[in-house]
Design a protein around this ligand. Structure first.
Ligand code: ATP
Length: 211
């Protein structure tokens, strides 16, 4: 089974590409969704977090107080490392299980939607890295309009991230989302068609066609 890693820069359009892929009935494994699931009440990761950060880190209903946790790790490198050391392995295991689930259901391919695919090193374990790109100007405008942030705030967020040009160096395929949504949808359709063709071509035939 082919596992595709989908990534990009902040507000370049990963979620939009994911949504289009869903309309093609491609299984999507979303790292952000999983990161929320693994710290739900009664999970191992949440127990480890409360052990490390104290019971005060929970809201009265037993869920994680993300705001409080965010403010603790924001200024404390050690605490951030400790938190990542709890959450990241849990997310990875859940992703592995979801990939196994896709395989058991007989899926030919699936997509891992991981914003930090390159930074976290997960790109090494996928069969194909796809980066969603748009120009820096467009990225800034889309970020400002989506989050209602000022130009300065949006620029500061963009500048704190790994540059998209560096991410592209790891990609086997770049989806250019500098145009309209319709243009993006047609690029995604072409991509889906190509992958479907490649995963349904028997390997022995590929060896014969491409000596
Ligand atoms: P993040 O990393 O912050 O989660 P993302 O990479 O998932 O962002 P999206 O949320 O898909 O990016 O897109 C960012 C914003 O740009 C959204 O408001 C989305 O609706 C808009 N957008 C995406 N693609 C286009 C497009 N081709 N034309 C116009 N707007 C777009």
């Amino acid at each position: 089974m082919l596992v595709v890693g989908l990534t990009g820069g902040i507000s370049t359009g990963k979620s939009t590409v994911s949504a289009i892929l869903k309309t093609h009935h491609i299984p999507i494994i979303d790292a952000d969704v999983i990161a929320r699931q693994v710290v739900q009440p009664h999970t191992r990761a949440l127990r480890k977090i409360t052990r490390a950060f104290g019971q005060d880190i929970l809201l009265p209903d037993g869920t994680l107080d993300r705001k409080k946790l965010g403010s603790i790790v924001f200024n404390d490198e050690e605490k951030r490392k400790e938190l990542n050391g709890i959450v990241h392995p849990a997310v990875r295991w859940r992703m592995v299980w979801e990939v196994v689930g896709c395989w058991l259901r007989g899926e030919k391919w699936c997509v891992l939607d991981v914003p930090l695919l390159i930074e976290g090193g997960l790109w090494r374990y996928v069969g194909l890295v796809v980066v969603v790109y748009c120009s820096a100007d467009i990225q800034l405008v889309r970020l400002m309009s989506r989050d209602g942030s000022s130009r300065e705030e949006a620029s500061a967020r963009l500048n704190s991230q790994m540059p998209i040009s560096s991410k592209i160096e790891y990609a086997q395929l770049v989806i250019d989302n500098s145009g309209t949504r319709a243009e993006l949808a047609s690029q995604v359709s072409v991509f889906v068609h190509k992958v479907e063709q490649s995963v349904s071509t028997p390997r022995w035939l590929l060896c014969w066609l491409i000596p």
